[in-house]
Design a binder for this molecule. Structure first.
Ligand code: NAD
Ligand code: LMR
Length: 331
């Protein structure tokens, strides 16, 4: 049986709990691939991973390989094919009497985690490892991690698939369509309220989604607001940040990266900008992406961008430049 080595940080947290069974079950990597899991937590919590290990064993998956628990990233990173970096503090909790409301508040708290983790992965993970950052602020955390990883043959991504799934769900509800009718959803920029979900270049049954919907007022007000603010709406309703849907989006991103992307589709994640669409190099930016048979991920080129869309893309670019500036001491 083939094997894949997967590292998950924050494995005892909410998203981690929802993620592990789906990584181990055969759903993500295939029924012919054994999944070895290196689970990473902070020292105070690492013992709880023993419970996760027992539950995984009790699921009886044929595809479950070895499970090892770690609190040291250097030890955990050896020979890793995939790293899912979830471990970090979510919004909505109170630290030292201050409620953490905005992603910007998370920058200083979480950014530091990714210096050490990036370095460990750069030195110890496989040369073609793929690293997906889920912990917020995901784009800038990925920038910090990839800078310290300093290993250009590894691929760093920050997750925007949840935003793409949210955008598809809103369109499906509005137009009474199946999710599978909606293709080519791009989330431009940051995983934050400045993200821009692009319905001009998304397609419904082969037509531009914005043309199909034919209701620009809905697109520019309700749709944009709901998608951009969905994370907060879930925190307000649930008293905790999204977990099942976040884990699901991480699985979607891994699956999308493993298989050649269909001709009539693409997927959304944030990757290192190479100057495409005039986005400054050196930002982890949400783009439309395709994967090829060799596992290489590339940015879809030459999409038309309207003046309205360009204004939104400029806003999210500026936010990422500001975030980068705020963590310059970590880069
Ligand atoms: P959680 O608090 O339930 O779990 C986080 C876990 O990370 C905890 O168990 C904690 O001990 C662990 N952790 C903290 N620092 C660590 C470190 N240095 N190394 C290893 N583990 C560490 O939080 P959650 O709900 O699972 O959310 C995790 C992160 O994901 C948050 O930052 C949240 O904002 C983010 N998130 C991102 C998206 C997205 O779309 N990108 C969606 C939802 C949530
Ligand atoms: C989300 O989008 O659900 C997460 O990023 C959590 C948050 O803080 O919004």
């Amino acid at each position: 049986m083939k094997e894949v080595n997967v590292l998950v940080t924050g494995a005892a947290g909410q998203i981690g709990y929802a993620l592990l069974t789906r990584l181990a079950s055969g759903e993500t990597f295939g029924s012919d691939v054994k999944v070895n899991l290196n689970l990473v937590e902070v020292p105070q919590v690492v013992s709880r991973l023993e419970g996760s290990r027992m539950e995984l064993e009790d699921c009886g998956f044929n595809t479950l390989g070895a499970i090892k628990n770690f609190s040291d990233m250097n030890e955990a990173s050896g020979d890793i094919d995939w790293a899912l970096l979830v471990g970090s503090i979510p919004r909505g909790i109170t630290i030292n009497g201050k409620k953490i409301e905005e992603r910007a508040d998370l920058l200083k708290i979480n950014g530091g985690i990714f210096t050490e983790q990036g370095k460990a992965l750069g030195e110890n993970a496989k040369t073609d490892a793929k690293i997906l950052v889920v912990g917020n602020p995901a784009n800038t955390n990925a920038l910090i991690g990839s800078t310290h990883g300093n290993n250009p043959s590894q691929t760093w991504m920050a997750m925007t698939a949840l935003d793409a799934n949210r955008a598809k769900a809103q369109v499906a509800n509005k137009c009474d369509l199946s999710i599978s009718d909606i293709k080519k959803m791009t989330i431009w920029g940051n995983h934050s309220p400045t993200m821009y979900p692009d319905l001009d270049n998304a397609e419904i049954k082969g037509e531009s989604a914005s043309g199909w919907i034919n209701d620009q007022a809905w697109i520019e007000s309700d749709f944009l607001r709901i998608v951009q603010q969905r994370g907060k709406a879930i925190i307000d309703a649930r008293g905790a940040s999204s977990a099942t849907s976040a884990a699901n989006a991480a699985i979607d991103t891994v699956k999308a990266s493993l298989r050649t992307t269909a001709d009539d589709d693409w997927f959304s994640a944030a990757v290192m900008s190479d100057g495409s669409y005039n986005i400054p190099e050196g930002l982890i930016f949400g783009f439309p992406l395709k994967a090829d048979a060799e596992g290489k991920i590339s940015i879809v080129q030459d999409l038309p961008i309207s003046d309205y869309a360009q204004g939104k893309i400029d806003l999210t670019t500026q936010e990422l430049l500001d975030e980068k500036n705020d963590v310059v001491d970590l880069l």
